[in-house]
Design a protein around this ligand. Structure first.
Ligand code: ADP
Ligand code: MG
Ligand code: MG
Length: 882
């Protein structure tokens, strides 16, 4: 079996298609080498080794080591250097790379291969000071990443040394100083571990390889995988690559670049770099990097010149490489490069992470330029990403009390309370508080807190710092490098320009402007025209599923139409019962002793309901509206306070004592399975009769008024038997007949049912004799199929998810093999009785991308979801069809 894949010198064993085996980094390094780009030679140990390593309880397959030796020999040959050679040493980096990029999760070791002998060789080639500085960096990094020693052990040693010498800066350290520090570093390692720092390069190499494989199972990586749905089985690859040095002086540099702006998608060449620096210096936010091109020079607060001016030929070459890679991969690229003595080397390329608005703009631009098709553009945007575009930004006329301005690292705006600690951010968010995480800088340990926060602010770091990259990926607004901030975590305050903001104070973050504002600032709704409209248009062309909205109020209905609803899939009439002007009458009706009493109240409610439906029909024009008759247990409407009781007593003329007795009668021990849904219609048919009459009178009135044809679809909830439905269908049909006769106008309408009980799903064939449509009420169907009450699930469902009993919250993502199976059975049996029966779903699942995909596969006609999730459903439906 082949475990190791080499690259370099214009060829490679692998290529970009082998991401599963080589990880994203390894596969793309191979591809770049094949494209003839300047890539330092190296080799990648495949993810299959990671899998084998854990299967063999952290041992390697015996055939691995000879393959590594051979690959290393090839790199020595290509580079003309020898691994551990005291004269001309080959140094390598050991890099991790999973299939999906996991920023900051895995640790890279640089300058590996340095030891007491080879450091002398390096000194002869590149200078003594440089060699010993590299050696001490290597010891520090290796000890931390591979041997598990704390960073500050080494920082203390260095600080002590500098203090004793009276030095302020690292630049004052000479070769002899570094040598002295190295001795102390090694002593510290030996003291901590009881054995010396490894001097044998081979031992160093295997230690680093094992550390990379080992880091696949560290807490940070596990958390990241969970947040991003990355399976544990994928494993990571390890890439070993010969080092190039960006820290050899003023003609050397290191940097990262994007072929387009990752925060808004603008087609400009964009990035940051540092002269005379190595590795993660740019990302770590230790020094403020300079911009790559002139175009954005003004947004970065660097004193240094853009690469375009500092190294024009390198810049020209880099730009050429970037263009070539973008055209080759047909996507925006995120590049890592190093310049060694004026020579450019490419160290990484990948499809760049981007904000949702950047993803949108890039997809639409690339499709317009013919680089990708419209369908490909639609697939470039994940439905869940749309959420970010639908969220508010700061209103243009808002009053901005700017506390501090930093870099616009991730757009969007959010309001919340200041928190300085990630654990605390997480704990407060769990309690439902909106928090803003404010940190000097972030590291992978902060991921949980960043995810819990509404927005993130950092004092240090550039546009490619950890905070910026992670926030963009999570869709959190972020301002980073807000240099004026002085954060005093211990006291729980930050100070800036003579002002003080305490923990718990409310601030607003404007990620697009890079501003932090005092207080809760006015927000603005997002723009849904432009590129957004274009892409949604392409998505609509591609999808088969129709989308509807769950809406009761005129406001919701208008939003729904604006967001592209093709009708209302669920109008919950009970929501119309709670308004202040009618609740006393609703209560009087419920507490009435007999039918006559109920009818008296219903007569007063009829015009109110009719007016509600008229509003909806006007807004919907010719679009259908599925209107569900009264569903919840009656006691949900009951008066609780004495004042409420008095009010009902006045409205109904019944004594308070009497009302209280009736209220007690209505108590149920399990209301979810009690007197609700169609059971109300069976016991009090006059309620459904009134509602049906209100619907038909409204439809007729609006038809006369507007000349349009309203399309009412009357839906009976919680049906379990055909008999229930046939009795209630007769009530609805009777009301329609009466209204049509009274008004002399006839309209098309439908009567159907929700399928939300397992029995209804199984009896769908019979039920379809009376039902002209089914709407799967997957909220209740999930509760009744799983026997789990959604309101009580909080206590145990998380643990169920953690233990993998349910992979996802079944109330968010449809349980396809259980509840979904019932949906399929009902669809099949319903269609057998009534081919062409209309099928839809109206639970929360209608706006969940995975559930929408399921509905597409199950052949349903439409999904219905809350108005704000409509674009997500439209895009998810398009993805399912493509
Ligand atoms: P990450 O996955 O965290 O980005 P990388 O493996 O890309 O980690 O390494 C981080 C940085 O280390 C790179 O951006 C690059 O600057 C530096 N680096 C890695 N390998 C080499 C190398 N062979 N020569 C010089 N620098 C390197
Ligand atoms: Mg890293
Ligand atoms: Mg990298």
């Amino acid at each position: 079996e082949t475990w190791v894949y080499g690259f370099g010198g214009g060829t490679a064993d692998g290529d970009a298609s082998m991401k599963n085996l080589l990880g994203g980094k390894g596969a793309n390094l191979a591809e770049m080498a094949k494209l003839g780009l300047p890539v330092p030679p190296g080799f990648t140990i495949s993810t299959a080794v990671c899998t084998a390593y854990y299967e063999l309880e952290r041992e390697y397959p015996s055939t691995l080591s000879p393959q590594v030796d051979a690959a290393l020999a090839a790199v020595e040959q290509e580079s003309g250097k020898g691994f551990g050679d005291p004269e001309n040493p080959l140094l390598v980096s050991v890099r991790s790379g999973a299939r999906a990029s996991m920023p900051g999760m895995m640790d890279t070791v640089l300058n590996l291969g340095l030891n007491e002998a080879s450091v002398k060789g390096l000194a002869k080639l590149a200078g003594e000071r440089f060699a010993y500085d590299s050696y001490r960096r290597f010891i520090q990094m290796y000890s931390n990443v591979v041997l598990g020693l704390r960073h500050d052990t080494f920082e203390h040693i260095l600080d002590d040394y500098k203090e004793r010498q009276g030095f302020e800066l690292d630049t004052e350290m000479e070769a002899e100083d570094w040598k002295a520090v190295i001795v102390s570093y090694k002593e510290a390692v030996e003291k901590a571990l009881g054995k010396p720092f490894p001097d044998d390069p081979k031992e160093q190499l295997w230690g680093a390889i094992s550390a990379v494989f080992g880091s696949w199972m560290n807490d940070r990586a596990i958390t990241y995988r969970k947040l991003n749905d990355i399976p544990t089985e994928w494993g990571t690859a390890v890439t070993v690559q010969s080092m190039v040095f960006g820290n050899l002086g003023e003609t050397s540099a290191t940097g990262v670049a994007f072929t387009r702006d990752p925060s808004n998608g603008e087609p400009i060449f964009y990035g940051e770099y540092l002269i005379n620096a190595q590795g993660e210096d740019v990302v770590a936010g230790i020094r403020t990097p300079a911009p790559i091109s002139r175009e954005r020079a003004d947004t970065l607060k660097s004193a240094d010149a853009p690469l375009e001016e500092a190294m024009p030929p390198v810049y020209a070459q880099l730009r050429e490489v970037a263009d070539k890679l973008e055209r080759h991969y047909k996507d925006m690229q995120d590049l890592e490069f190093t310049v060694e003595n004026g020579r450019l080397y490419m160290l990484q390329t990948r499809n760049g992470k981007r904000t949702a608005s950047a993803a949108l703009r890039i997809a639409v631009d690339m499709a317009r330029d013919g680089l990708i098709t419209e369908e490909e553009a639609v697939l470039r945007l994940a439905p869940s990403q749309l959420d970010q575009l639908l969220h508010p930004t700061i209103a243009e006329d808002a009053v901005r009390d700017v506390i501090v301005t930093g870099l616009p690292a991730s757009p969007g705006a959010a309001v919340g309370k200041v928190v300085f600690d990630s654990e605390e951010a997480f704990a407060m968010a769990e309690k439902g508080e909106d928090v803003i995480l404010v940190r000097i800088e972030t590291s992978p340990e902060d991921i949980k807190g960043m995810h819990a926060a509404r927005a993130i602010v950092t004092a240090r770091g550039g546009m490619t710092s950890h905070a910026a990259v992670v926030a963009r990926g999570m869709g959190r607004p972020c301002v980073c490098g807000a240099g004026g901030l002085q954060i005093d975590t211990a006291k729980g305050v930050f100070r800036v320009m003579g002002r003080e903001v305490k923990k718990g104070d409310v601030i607003t973050v404007d990620g697009a402007a890079g501003q932090v504002l005092l207080g809760a600032v006015k927000m603005m709704q997002p723009d849904l025209s432009g590129d957004f409209g274009t892409l949604m248009g392409w998505a609509d062309k591609a999808r088969r599923l129709k989308v509807r909205a769950n809406a009761e109020t005129a406001l919701d209905a208008r939003t729904a139409v604006e967001f592209g609803a093709e009708g209302i899939g669920l109008c919950r009439t009970e929501h119309m019962f709670f308004d202040a002007d009618r609740i006393p009458e609703v209560r009087a009706m419920i507490l009435a002793n007999d039918e006559a009493g109920r009818r008296a109240s219903l007569a007063k409610l009829l015009p109110m309901q009719r007016a509600d439906f008229e509003d909806l029909f006007r807004i919907l024009e010719d679009r259908p509206a599925t209107i569900r008759l009264l569903d919840p247990p009656l006691h949900e409407f009951l008066p609780h306070s004495d004042a409420d009781m008095e009010e009902v007593a006045k409205a109904s003329g019944v004594k308070v004592e009497e009302l209280k007795r009736r209220a007690a009668d209505l108590h149920e021990s399990n209301p979810m399975l009690g007197h609700r849904g169609c059971r109300l219609g069976i016991t009090y048919p006059e309620i459904y009769e009134m509602q049906a009459r209100a619907i038909f009178e409204a439809a007729v009135n609006v038809a006369k008024e507007t000349g349009r044809q309203p399309v009412p679809e009357v839906m009976i909830p919680l049906v379990g038997t055909h008999k229930e439905l046939s009795i209630l269908k007769a009530v609805v049909d009777g009301a329609a007949k009466a209204v049509f006769a009274e008004t002399g106008t006839t309209l098309d309408y439908m009567v159907g049912t929700m399928i939300e009980l397992p029995r209804a799903a199984l009896q769908a064939g019979e039920i379809a004799q009376s039902a002209e449509f089914f709407s799967f009420g997957t909220n209740d169907l999930t509760q009744t199929t799983l026997g789990i009450s959604r309101d009580d699930a909080g206590r145990f469902l998380k643990i169920y998810e953690e233990k993998g009993i349910y992979e996802k919250d079944p109330f968010v993502t449809l349980d396809q093999v259980g509840v979904g199976e019932l949906v399929k059975i009902a669809a099949e049996r319903g269609r057998k009785t009534r081919p062409g029966i209309k099928l839809g779903i109206c639970g929360e699942h209608g706006g969940d991308p995975a559930s929408v995909a399921f509905c597409h596969r199950a052949g349903l006609d439409y999904v219905s979801c809350s108005p704000y999730r409509l674009p997500i459903a439209r895009l998810a439906a398009a993805h399912a069809a493509l």
